[in-house]
Write a protein that binds this ligand. Structure first.
Ligand SMILES: Cc1cc2nc3c(=O)[nH]c(=O)nc-3n(C[C@H](O)[C@H](O)[C@H](O)COP(=O)(O)OP(=O)(O)OC[C@H]3O[C@@H](n4cnc5c(N)ncnc54)[C@H](O)[C@@H]3O)c2cc1C
Length: 600
């Protein structure tokens, strides 16, 4: 995760005749914008050489060269101007919000602290391996229906990636030799469950039947902002049954619904594991809507892996954003959100620069947004309430490995989830192992004859505090050794000896490279939640400040944050007057939603 070896290219379709550089100074950041006036000094020189006198031309500018330039501090700052919207952070939530605004001709600037886009859905390269930083199981990435939000986000900016269908979403290795392969075809998957739990056939049908009811309702709607009343009314008149179905399931959790249908404790534990891989909590605390979205999408559209790695999605969105007239600035660490008369008006970067916009969208977690980018002492009541209902989930301990291909048995699945011994330990740190081997699908990610193993397990930041550098490194290696040993026993004998590369990251690594408070995976309910009722949408109590990403409705996971990005862009566009809106209805709905949240 630590490294960068990115070579994505941005395609600039035209260059302006007139370029302004306001000053040349020690600015550690760079602006890349298609058809804009804002480039580094070196890029401007290169462009003159290639284009001749700044005439319109078409060629590629390497992001890597731009970053190198930025690192040498020979970059000019942008001209000071006001944007319609600034997005803080280029995770999938931020990228989707920014691109959806750019295609509506909103003047948007995306500021990213790190050197490439994607956040938890980014990538890094080492020793010939291309590793996914976090997400590897891509939901919402098919060519069917309305919930294929990753595909749709790319299509909005004219992009499409080549995909490899994954025949098995995940292979579970669970206590008491419960082995379940989640096959692409729903019937094949439930057949596995029927075989193991023949006495629960009706229960299995009942639970998954309700999941499909929720999924089909969601999938029949055009997904936009649930905070925009005109859209909501339109959808209600078009499809009242779907809307009422979703309203019915909104306050419910998967665990409670599973218990209506299923009695076998082992099968209920299996449903816990299904929920845990989505939400890091058991089924009783996982909202039904989140559970249904993933357990059905994997069979409806199927899980598909992008050739070149998951990081390609973010890179394509970033390129698409630039092509549609938006801007991205990397190495732009937002230190604070500027507020004037209770209204967000801009941001201040770590280098002191202030940039202003009509609307500010934070893709940082709500904890980072309201405790770091804003003064914690001024936290609005609505956020205090959120922090009562939701707490930070733990982080992860990650291992990225390169191994000799022969160590994997023929037919090994791409994604695995392992809990060896005791169901009661499901949510304990280091107990479960998530494993992805994306080279099973895309060999181009590793040198010939090798595979990638991306392993992670739940871990807390506290475990790594107060250690010297030597102690910290020794602890990471010892945890990694232990996990590799467990994988040797369970799946791949000889794994240690077959390892050619290994790098471990702790919650501190997650905090550092993903800029997430305590490296958290996102919000988890403090108690038993009322489904998604308490989860905030995109508007905040601070005028003109919005949040997007996994600490907003509907929560963690790429499909969920893409949904959040689409919703956020719609609400912001309505508030900018680019989409239809009605201030009286807006106010009414906002009050109603605030009241609903008090019931959570
Ligand atoms: C190890 C791991 C495995 C996962 N596996 C899967 C999976 O298989 N399938 C799945 O669907 N989901 C998976 N997820 C979850 C999924 O990746 C996340 O829910 C999702 O990517 C979060 O997106 P986001 O936009 O909310 O935020 P993030 O990805 O956290 O992005 C936020 C961005 O904002 C930037 N930022 C933050 N603060 C600032 C600031 N002050 N200034 C400038 N920039 C800032 C950060 O640098 C970062 O780029 C996984 C997550 C992890 C960590």
């Amino acid at each position: 995760m630590a490294a960068l070896a990115a070579t994505p290219f941005l395609q600039f379709s035209r260059f302006p005749r007139k370029e302004k550089i306001f000053s040349v100074g020690r600015i550690g950041d760079v602006i890349l914008k298609g058809g804009s006036r804002v480039f580094s000094v070196t890029q401007l020189k290169q462009r003159r050489r290639f284009c001749g006198n700044g005439k319109d031309c078409k060629r590629k500018v390497s992001v890597r060269s731009a970053i190198a330039v930025a690192e040498k501090n020979e970059v000019a700052p942008v001209e000071m101007e006001e944007y319609d919207a600034i997005v803080i952070g280029s995770g999938m939530g931020g990228l989707v919000a920014a691109t959806q605004l750019a295609v509506r001709n909103v003047k948007v600037l995306l500021l990213e602290k790190y050197v490439i886009p994607g956040g938890s859905s980014g990538y890094y390269k080492r020793n010939g391996y291309t590793f996914d930083v976090g997400s590897s199981v891509m939901f919402g990435f098919s060519d069917k229906g309305n919930i294929n939000l990753v595909t749709r986000a790319l299509a909005a900016v004219g992009r499409k990636l080549d995909l490899i269908p994954d025949p098995t979403t995940v292979h579970y290795h669970l206590p008491n030799d419960l082995n379940v392969q989640v096959h692409r075809k729903f019937e094949d998957f439930v057949d596995e469950l029927y075989k193991r739990f023949p006495h629960e056939k009706a229960g299995i049908d009942g639970f998954f039947g309700e999941c499909w009811r929720v999924f089909n309702a969601l999938n029949s709607l055009e997904l936009k902002s649930l905070e925009e009343p005109l859209y909501l009314l339109g959808q209600f008149f078009k499809n009242p049954i779907a809307c009422l179905t979703l309203a019915y399931y909104l306050p419910q959790n998967a665990g409670a619904i599973a218990r209506k249908h299923i009695k076998d404790p082992e099968l209920l534990s299996y449903i816990d594991a299904e929920c845990f891989i989505v939400s890091t909590v058991d089924a009783l605390r996982t909202p039904m809507i989140n559970c249904a979205m993933v357990v059905c999408d994997r069979h409806y559209g199927g899980i598909n892996y992008p050739i070149g790695g998951v990081g390609r999605i973010a890179v394509q969105l970033a390129e698409g954003l630039v092509e549609k007239g938006g801007q991205i600035q990397y190495k732009a660490n937002v230190k604070s959100i500027l507020v004037d008369s209770d209204k967000a008006v801009g941001v201040q970067l770590a280098n002191g620069r202030k940039i202003y916009a009509k609307k500010i969208i934070s893709n940082a977690t709500r904890w980072d947004t309201f405790e770091k980018l804003l003064k914690p002492s001024e936290m609005p009541e609505r956020e205090r309430m959120f922090q009562k209902i939701y707490k930070k989930s733990p982080s992860f301990f990650s291992i990225h490995m390169g191994v000799k291909a022969e160590v994997l048995p023929e037919g090994t699945d791409c994604h695995h989830f392992i809990l060896e011994d005791d169901w009661s330990r499901l949510q304990e740190p280091y107990r479960t192992i998530f494993l992805s081997i994306p080279t099973v699908l895309d060999k181009s990610l590793a040198p010939e004859g090798h595979h990638i193993l991306h392993i992670f397990t739940v871990a807390w930041m506290d475990d790594f505090e107060g250690l010297s550098r030597e102690e910290y490194n020794a602890k990471k290696e010892s945890i990694a050794d232990d996990i590799v040993e467990r994988l040797e026993k369970k799946l791949f004998p000889g794994l240690k000896a077959a390892t050619t590369f290994r790098e471990a990251g702790s919650p501190k690594t997650h905090r550092r490279f993903l800029a997430r408070d305590e490296g958290t995976y996102g919000p988890i309910p403090a108690g038993i939640p009322k489904g998604l009722l308490g989860m905030p949408f995109n508007t905040t109590a601070v005028d003109s400040l919005y949040c997007v990403g996994d600490s907003c409705f509907p929560g963690q996971g790429v499909i969920a944050v893409c949904f959040s990005g689409v919703m956020c862009a719609h609400r912001v566009a309505a508030d900018l007057g680019v989409e239809k809106s009605n201030p009286i209805l807006d106010k009414g709905l906002s009050n109603l939603l605030a009241w609903f949240r008090t019931l959570a």
